[in-house]
Write a protein that binds this ligand. Structure first.
Ligand SMILES: C[S@@+](CC[C@H](N)C(=O)[O-])C[C@H]1O[C@@H](n2cnc3c(N)ncnc32)[C@H](O)[C@@H]1O
Length: 324
């Protein structure tokens, strides 16, 4: 595909789905499905996903066939992504044979929206909301708890030492935390174009993550995945399963899969944006490097690898209380 002139985050997330499907650690995923508490109609499983984007994980978890009775709350900061999730999810569910009803009055809260999906023996409600996770935590703390909290590709964008305990306060004792696709300090492009510069780009790009500020607060860590083990332990979470979920994107006999050429262009554009004006990178050399990487996508020669980790944990339960 030609180099895009403009970039859409929604299209990037859509393109990311096939990359994630290959990358997600199957052992951690199977562990998650195995430890999910059994739900009954009177006591549906309470699931919360933060930074849910377009709802890819809603589809993945529902498609696993594990959920029978569940209330799934999916929130994201970006109203445009939530609007798109509300448009796509009913279409997806209908195509999968679910009976679907939508209710925008389902919540007393303005802007609330619920998708009700039913199949024989299964009843799932998906509530979506555009809201900042930090506002959501303050609002819900002490009001409600969830059985499972999911954060896919989100924890590397926040300050984990302060965010994690706040997030965990939304889990009931013995609740589960699943955080897949957590970036862990590896950005690899092949073939090498200029080894010294390739190395510098990776280092400075990771540094932009480490130094990211949102509203004046530290918000990111390029080695979030490995650091999570310590953060989880400090927060009283027992790690039940962990494994790598590296993105590996390459062109096969039929070129890049699905919309993954766009995915690659978007990643290169993101790096370009992050490093433009960097005091230690020669501007012309950076422009040439970026152009060469885009060209490699067009030629189908670029291989991109990002190192990430999936973790599954359980918060401690006083007296070993768990829901079966
Ligand atoms: C890398 S994307 C991942 C989206 C989705 N989990 C996926 O993997 O397809 C990170 C998502 O987190 C959302 N996000 C970032 N900061 C947030 C915040 N403070 N509150 C809620 N969502 C946030 C972004 O809008 C974005 O959709």
């Amino acid at each position: 595909m030609p180099i895009p002139h403009t970039y859409s985050f929604a299209r990037y997330l859509t393109a990311k789905k096939s990359v994630d499907d290959r990358a997600l650690n199957q052992s951690v995923w199977q562990s998650l499905l195995a430890v999910l508490p059994r739900a009954i109609p009177e006591q549906p499983l309470q699931i919360l996903e933060v930074g849910a984007g377009l709802g890819a994980m809603v589809e993945r978890l529902v498609a696993s066939g594990t959920l029978t009775h569940a209330t799934y709350t999916a929130i994201d900061l970006e109203p445009g992504l939530i609007a798109e999730a509300r448009r796509r999810l009913p279409q997806w569910a209908t195509a999968q044979g679910w009976q679907v009803q939508q209710d925008s009055q389902a919540h007393a809260r303005p802007g609330g929206h619920e998708l009700h999906m039913q199949r024989p023996g299964q009843d799932i409600r998906v509530a979506t909301e555009a809201v900042d996770v930090f506002r959501f935590i303050v609002r819900e703390q002490g009001q409600r708890t969830w059985d499972l909290l999911m954060a896919q590709a989100l924890l590397d964008l926040v300050d984990v030492p302060t965010t994690l305990p706040a997030l965990l306060s939304l889990l009931r004792p013995g609740g589960l935390l699943y955080c897949p696709i957590t970036f862990d300090g590896g950005t690899v492009f092949q073939p090498e174009v200029d080894l010294e510069f390739d190395v510098a780009i990776e280092a400075y790009y990771h540094q932009t993550m480490d130094r990211r500020l949102v509203a004046g607060k530290p918000s990111g860590d390029s080695r979030t995945g490995r650091h999570l083990f310590t953060h989880l332990q400090a927060a009283g979470v027992e790690v039940l399963a962990a494994g790598s979920s590296d993105w590996v994107v390459f062109a096969g006999p039929n070129g890049y899969a699905a919309d993954e050429a766009y995915f690659l262009h978007f990643i290169i554009h993101t790096i370009h944006t992050a490093l433009t004006g960097h005091p230690h990178l020669d501007a012309e050399r950076l422009t040439a490097w970026i152009a060469q990487r885009h060209a490699q996508v067009e030629q189908g020669t670029l291989v991109y690898i990002a190192h990430q980790l999936d973790l599954l944990g359980r918060v401690s339960a006083p007296g070993g209380e768990t829901r079966e």
